[in-house]
Design a protein around this ligand. Structure first.
Ligand code: PEP
Ligand code: MG
Length: 585
């Protein structure tokens, strides 16, 4: 028996047999020199393999467009663009002529070089694109070598996929009903595969370094996508314990499922709204199954990240319309792109920032490229006729930025009007409150906002000056810090004084340990990842607003996050069954 600890990127618990899915072809790549008079023949071999790969990708793309959301299909389009890129072809030809090596070896060299360059980048997004380059070039190599790819689409028995890094096209085309979990050596929560695993509700672990070399096909595995634990060939007693845990986890999910149709209302009748955060439009169906009150945050920048490029107005329109139509009358909050920071697209030139988290990001970027913002807003407004749309601007730091963003929105509307396009005229427009300057001027911002949504991930980061991605200082990122509690109170009170809704879409909203305190502070709306919804709903339905109000008052009197934390723990122990707060969060 062996245990590993990984990064849980998609929740759930699974047991099963490992299928080690590795790209072994690289060891069989032939290497030989060629003569100048063989160059044409070698180049023609490349051209015909490239054409075959392009045809295969076109077929996959067409199928993906039928079966999947637009943004997922965009992955194949990005791969196609690479194979069709004449500059890239020129690079291959140049290398073939100078190296006088067989074309397979040339492709192998270029693949290694591009991968090494992307991996060496400090930019996580670029690092994660390595997988796309490897995917495309492996497809090309297979055509050259006439190798038939093992198809995950044809899986006929249940497996746990173990891989160094699962390629996005494999994740999109695999037989999802047969894949019980995914275990990867590489990858982070923003990798395509992690995003897709969450969307497909398949438990997944990433960051297991060399697990794929140590695990064999057929090994028995236990994957815990909540704790991050992976157990290989468990002893009988561990297997029995894990089965027990599995039963408990799914029984609890089942019980929580019974809350689906019930309102998020406290015992004394205080009703709040529970909404979902989504990254890709395909997740909309899952939010409906979870019984939420709408979508409180659609991170539209993922549309660009998944496609690997800026998508045009029509593509965006389709993705937004899909979500709005799926949700029917339930409100859908589309956030304009929060590009920058850790979410980079090479073509936007955002990767040279010296201090990206304090730099050219979110609304700052959008306002400096108003044509990109306007395209987004046009697509959103047009899609708005299919449902109940709300628009939200990220990272507003003060009233000037809000006024500028609203002006671009007006321009988008007047363009659409002139062009006679159908669009939603009266759309509530809100802002994220995630910068201390916005929290401190919430009363001013509330004058021009229809709602607030508090982004605690960034609010904690900027208030306590703690990089949210830096493990060395993560102990400082305490939502219970008195500075955060005071900010939250100020923001919520300012919203209520102006008669607007105070929502929260940062991770704090989806952590049931904070629910009672947030209720006590008067939060109206909680938006979170879909699996967290029933956990938070259960806490809400178990408490009274009155008691939560007392808890919040006492918490605001504390002088340290430790004191707030102990206070909340004691309160929880006395008011709630503590097991409510464990598991699945
Ligand atoms: C936040 O900052 O809390 C938030 C929801 O936005 P993001 O995580 O996308 O920065
Ligand atoms: Mg944010």
């Amino acid at each position: 028996m062996k245990k590993y600890s990984g990064n849980p990127v998609s929740p759930g618990i699974a047991f099963g047999k490992a299928l080690v899915y590795l790209d072994n072809n690289t060891s069989e790549i032939p290497c030989y020199s060629i003569q100048k008079n063989q160059l044409d023949a070698e180049w023609n071999r490349y051209l015909s393999a490239n054409n075959e790969a392009i045809e295969e990708l076109k077929a996959l793309n067409a199928q993906a467009k039928r079966d999947m959301s637009n943004e997922d299909a965009g992955i194949f389009e990005a791969h196609l663009m690479m194979l069709e890129d004449t500059e890239f072809q020129g690079q291959i030809k140049g290398r073939l002529e100078t190296s006088l090596q067989n074309i397979e070896w040339v492709i192998r060299d270029i693949s290694h070089e591009i991968s090494a360059m992307l991996m060496a980048s400090l930019d996580t997004y670029l690092q994660e694109r390595t997988v796309d380059v490897v995917d495309v070039l492996r497809r090309l190599m297979n055509k050259l070598l006439h190798v038939q790819r093992v198809s995950l689409a044809d899986l006929s028995e249940d497996v746990i996929l173990v891989c160094h890094e699962l390629l996005p096209s494999d994740a999109l085309t695999m037989n999802k009903a047969r894949v019980k979990a995914i275990v990867m050596d590489m990858g982070g929560a923003t990798s395509h595969t992690a995003i897709l695993a969450r969307a497909f509700e398949i438990p997944a672990l990433a960051g297991l370094s060399s697990a794929s070399e140590e695990i064999n096909t057929g090994d028995m595995l236990i994957v815990n996508g909540v704790s991050g634990e992976l157990i290989v060939n468990p002893e009988k007693s561990v297997q029995t314990m894990a089965e027990h845990e599995w039963k408990r986890y799914y029984k609890r999910l089942g019980e929580l499922g019974e809350l689906r149709g019930l309102p998020a209302e406290t015992r004394d009748g205080y009703r709040v709204s529970l909404k979902a955060n989504i990254e890709i439009s395909e997740e909309a169906e899952a939010t409906l199954r979870a019984g939420c009150d709408g979508i409180g945050l659609y991170r539209s920048e993922f549309l660009f990240l998944a496609a690997g490029r800026l998508t045009d107005e029509e593509e965006q329109f389709k993705a937004y319309s899909h979500v709005l139509k799926t949700m029917g009358n339930l409100p859908v909050t589309l956030r304009t792109a929060d590009a920058g920071g850790d979410k980079l697209l090479p073509e936007l030139g955002l990767s040279d920032e010296r201090n990206p988290l304090l730099g050219w990001r979110a609304i700052r970027f959008s306002l400096s490229r108003p044509e990109i913002l306007k395209t987004q807003l046009r697509a959103m407004l047009r899609a708005g006729v299919s449902g109940n749309l709300r628009i939200m601007f990220p990272m507003i730091s003060g009233i000037e930025e809000l006024e500028q963003a609203l002006a671009v929105l007006e321009e988008a509307k007047s363009e659409l009007r002139k062009q006679g396009k159908v669009f939603a005229e009266a759309v509530p427009v809100g802002i994220m409150i995630e910068i201390p300057s916005a929290a401190l001027t919430a009363d001013i911002l509330a004058e021009k906002s229809d709602f607030f949504s508090i982004g605690t991930n960034d609010l904690v980061q900027y208030t306590i000056a703690v990089d949210r991605g830096n493990e060395k200082v993560s102990y400082l990122a305490q939502p219970f810090h008195p500075a955060i509690l005071r900010s939250l109170k100020r923001i919520i009170d300012a919203a209520h004084e102006k008669g607007i809704t105070a929502a929260m879409c940062g991770e704090m909203a989806g952590n049931a340990s904070f629910t009672a305190l947030l209720l006590g502070l008067g939060l109206d709306e909680f938006s979170m990842n879909v699996p967290a919804i029933p956990h938070v709903k259960q806490v809400i339905r178990s408490v009274t607003k009155e008691s939560c109000g007392r808890l919040a008052k006492n918490a605001l009197g504390c002088t340290s996050y430790r004191d707030v934390s102990s206070l909340v723990e004691d309160w929880t122990r006395s008011e709630l069954d503590i097991s409510y707060l464990s598991g699945g969060l």
